[in-house]
Design a protein around this ligand. Structure first.
Ligand SMILES: [Zn+2]
Ligand SMILES: [Zn+2]
Length: 448
């Protein structure tokens, strides 16, 4: 695919650190969301670890995520987890430092599927909830209503989360993916998860097992998560993680920490919003305090679609991209001259069918692996039921949600999981609000 490469004129570079029109609402904080202490297979105690991150590594947010899954001698006990919670709450100072109590759950090795972090859950999870199967793990996370991420997603059967297969019934249980873990890079898995249907954002973390919480310096630099939040408080940080208002960065200590934000039509990265077909206005802002950035790459729907070659410490990239009916995303990668890198979370843009109010479609069409059901929502919607019928009039699939923000994804199978034969199918969407019920019809096609 042919891509335009742009060279930025100096005049187009804004000297001010303007992060979009609504940027004033949020400030950038740096977090390490994956680390261990001596409660599992790391070093020392929670108070030492948090104090080191705050006073030596100078991060704003530090999580301890000891294993609940490490076997004898490497597994945090419920009493130890309760102590992490207590220490984290005690050491947290609004405006200065936020300590998060997390746990690393799931399983790897024989029969495993991968590791996940979940933060600020009241209790330590039990084996049968989070290690016995991937689906049980997702169900437990969804029941906790706390932010969670895929840790170090690999290529093996024991750590690739069933090849990152998308389970729409558990969205938004897992909203983030560890793009950087120490010197390991998972950008392929990030793009793969997005292609599979997950609406996820990016984190970068250190998975510390030694006494270097927050400043573990690998060959590639220090991995961190940039978080855009209005204040440095635990509720604001958790809200930003849930909202995927994040980016993954790896900074070389001498080059300083990068900042990166992306807004689409004024919506922050991480947000999902609806609009009409046409030009999406993208505002990308990046700064790198001590080392020039060389390149910005814009990705959309799995493709590298535009690049900007620069030699600047501060850049504001303004561009527009046309979108048609369907579900889309935009995200950006920054490359620093000194070797640092950052990946933003995506902004998710959905375009319901134009003109015809009574049309539902799938994106993509035809359905192969699966597709999102796209329709125009009514005001105040509280419940959505989507039914798929074959042309003989038999209902083959149904999805009901009371979360109007959830997107609805059909995997091209019937309710028992059997792949549907190729052909045309009818979509029926029933939306309910306190004042009305609306039926929207459409057609789609399965072709494999
Ligand atoms: Zn792990
Ligand atoms: Zn770990």
């Amino acid at each position: 695919m042919k891509r335009p490469i742009r060279f930025l004129l100096a005049a187009a570079v804004s000297a001010a650190v303007a992060h979009g029109s609504s940027a004033a609402d949020y400030r950038c904080f740096y977090a390490n969301l994956h680390a261990h202490c001596g409660y599992s297979d790391g070093r020392s105690t929670p108070d030492t670890a948090f104090a080191y991150a705050r006073d030596v590594a100078l991060v704003h947010v530090q999580a301890l995520t000891d294993h609940n899954n490490g076997g004898a001698g490497y597994t945090i006990s419920p009493a130890q987890y309760a102590n992490v919670r207590l220490v984290a709450d005690t050491i947290t100072r609004p405006g200065a430092f936020v300590a998060l109590a997390g746990q690393e759950i799931g399983s790897m090795g024989s029969g495993g599927f991968g590791h996940l972090n979940v933060w600020e859950v009241p209790e330590l999870s039990m084996y049968y909830n989070t290690q016995s199967s991937l689906v049980a793990c997702y169900q437990w996370i969804a029941s906790q209503q706390r932010p969670a991420q895929f840790n170090h997603p690999g290529a093996g059967d024991d750590n690739n989360f069933n090849n990152l297969h998308y389970y729409p019934e558990f969205e938004p249980a897992v909203g983030l993916l560890e793009v950087f873990n120490q010197d390991y890079t998972f950008t392929d898995q990030y793009l793969h998860a997005l292609a599979a249907g997950w609406q996820i954002g990016a984190t970068g973390n250190q998975d510390n097992h030694y006494s270097d919480w927050g400043n573990h310096n690998g060959t590639l630099g220090v991995a961190l998560t940039g978080i855009w939040a209005d204040t440095l408080t635990k509720p604001a940080i958790l809200d930003a993680l849930r909202s995927r208002r994040t980016f993954a960065l790896r900074s070389k200590p001498a080059a300083g920490r990068m900042q990166l934000s992306l807004l689409a039509d004024g919506h922050w990265m991480g947000e999902r919003y609806l609009r009409k077909a046409g030009a999406v206005a993208l505002e990308i802002d990046a700064r790198s305090p001590d080392s020039s950035m060389k390149r910005l790459d814009l990705y959309s729907d799995g493709e590298l679609v535009d690049s900007l070659l620069i030699n600047q410490k501060v850049v504001s990239w303004r561009l527009s991209r046309d979108v048609g009916t369907g579900a889309h995303y935009f995200l950006v990668k920054v490359s620093q001259g000194g070797g640092g890198t950052a990946w933003s979370s995506p902004a998710f843009v959905e375009v319901p069918p134009e003109d015809d109010e009574d049309k539902a479609v799938t994106w993509p069409t035809p359905v192969n692996e699966g597709a999102r059901v796209v329709y125009r929502p009514i005001d105040g919607v509280t419940r959505v039921a989507v039914d798929i019928y074959n042309l003989a009039g038999a209902r083959v699939w149904r999805s009901v949600t009371e979360n109007p923000a959830a997107s609805i994804y059909w995997d091209g199978r019937d309710s028992r999981g059997v792949p549907m034969p190729n052909g045309v199918y009818v979509i029926l969407v029933e939306q309910q609000s306190p004042t009305q019920t609306k039926l929207t019809k459409g057609k789609t096609m399965v072709a494999r």
